[in-house]
Ligand binder design. Structure first.
Ligand code: ATP
Ligand code: MG
Length: 316
């Protein structure tokens, strides 16, 4: 289990402070692909940054903590403050734009070695890296290149190789295939899926593409305005959602033989700078009533393993 305990993460800006993750409290099962979806700005990347322990100004973890589900090298509990020590070995991060996370003036093979930390036998590790890259059906020579010499798709595949080489317990993938064409996208996602099936890592996978989520994930976590509004088995979240926001997101998925025009999600989420009272989705919600405008719904387990934060979950 990865336990997210009452996480509040805050950006300090010229306009003041804004909670981009605002009280997230949920336990995520290990060994599964967990999809994270929600509109732009709802806090998906911020949540991954908190879990990765990438807490640099202006971002801070204001309250709460993460339990990673594994003990550290010294037998102690791992916290967001020391999770950095385990980057790539136990937890890795595959970003959207690999170019910005790879050092442009260093050959890729060197970056693999650097992730290892204190290297004893560099030649041995490089041989292992080549072998691993080859086992993923990638050309081993790719690691001898500088990042800019590779195509976007190849770079992203190498990023997947890098992010999985040490068999980390947790892989955080933040829109790892956005900006690539559909064919390349698919092959990279298949690669990630195959690796996960073999290694049984926990993958937190952020994407805007609900179709990809449907195919790839075991569990779905739906975020709205810095909060979790629904969590459960992907099958249940897609077929018997307990939140009207999820319904809006998944209704925009076309089904075969259905040719009526999709409405998508109309309206916009509230500004996180405003004082938010009641359910944050109420203004856009077809089911909203007085209680929704006044009282914030708690994230409750309405069915075994299926959580929703909605006063009218039984009517969705
Ligand atoms: N460096 C920053 N400084 C100030 N505010 C920020 C910063 N980065 C993000 N935010 C704010 O935090 C909120 C959540 O941002 P985040 O990037 O986590 O959203 P997201 O769900 O990943 O969006 P997207 O789908 O566009 O990637 C947004 O309101 C955003 O404006
Ligand atoms: Mg993001």
């Amino acid at each position: 289990m990865i336990k997210l305990n009452n996480l509040v993460a805050t950006y300090t800006t010229e306009r003041g402070q804004v909670n981009a993750v605002d009280g997230i409290n949920i336990a995520l099962p290990s060994g599964k692909i967990i999809g994270i979806a929600g509109e732009s700005g709802c806090g998906k990347s911020t949540l991954l940054k908190v879990i990765y322990g990438d807490l640099i100004y202006p971002l801070a973890l204001t309250s709460g903590n993460v339990e990673y589900g594994f003990t550290g090298d010294r037998g102690t509990e791992v916290t967001t403050r020391d999770i950095k020590e385990y980057w790539f070995r136990r937890i890795s991060y595959i970003p959207q734009a690999s170019m910005s996370s790879l050092n442009p003036v260093i050959r890729i093979r060197r970056q693999f070695v650097d992730f290892q930390g204190n290297v004893v036998d560099e030649a041995k590790i490089l041989a292992e890296v080549r072998e691993y890259v080859r086992s993923l059906d990638l050309p081993a020579e790719a690691i001898d290149a500088y990042p800019h010499q590779l195509s976007g798709g190849m770079r992203q595949r190498i990023m997947v190789a890098m992010g999985t080489f040490f068999k980390p317990d947790i892989i955080l993938a933040d829109e790892p295939t956005t900006a690539l064409d559909v064919v390349v996208q698919k092959s990279i996602l298949m690669l990630l899926m195959d690796i996960q099936e073999q290694m049984e890592n926990t993958i937190l996978f952020v994407s805007h593409d609900m179709g990809v989520h449907y195919q790839l994930t075991h569990k779905m976590l739906i975020m709205y305005a810095a909060k979790v509004v629904e969590f459960g088995d992907s099958e249940d979240v897609f077929s018997t959602s307990l939140h009207p926001y999820t319904k809006m997101l998944t209704d925009s998925l076309p089904t075969i033989g259905d040719d009526h025009i999709r409405e998508g999600v109309s309206g916009r989420p509230p500004s996180l700078w405003d004082e938010l009272v009641g359910c944050r989705f109420a203004a856009r919600c077809p089911l909203a009533t007085e209680i929704c405008r006044q009282q914030e719904p708690a994230l409750l387990e309405h069915k075994p393993g299926h959580f929703s934060a909605c006063h009218h979950a039984d009517q969705v």
